[in-house]
Write a protein that binds this ligand. Sequence first.
Ligand code: SF4
Length: 157
Amino acid sequence: MEQILISACLLGAPVRYDGRSCPFGNSRISLWKAKGLLVPVCPEMDGGLPVPRPPAEITPGGGPGVWEGLARVKTRESDVTDFFIRGAQAALDKALACGIRMALLKQKSPSCGSCRIYDGSFTRVLVDGMGVTTALLRQNGILVFGEDQIDEVPFYY
Ligand code: SF4
């Protein structure tokens, strides 16, 4: 059966930068969980960042720009790009080890966002774009959906 990579915070794990989670209730989530198909990841924690941690945003270029060396991930105080790169690689390693071809990740996150992310100005402005982990997964052929796109996840099982 196909497994699905999922942002741990969507399953209720308190791993967000502010120490909270963002549990996402949905009948498909319940079904996939019951079948043991969900493989949780938190790229920011897996990359070595603590909980809580300062919020981070990506400079213009977003996740793809980070991999091209054109954009950076920053908090208001420091550059945390290396943590985000390490966490994305850990998520990809886990996906590949499990033969995963699909991911359901938290929208707007600088790691997990798949359609929209903050613009790097820390003014709550959203732009079209994706996070560092999403970009790497997509570069490796994994389909990534935001939680608001769950109905678009192909139902193979
Ligand atoms: Fe959730 Fe992804 Fe942020 Fe971790 S890195 S808290 S899984 S959105």
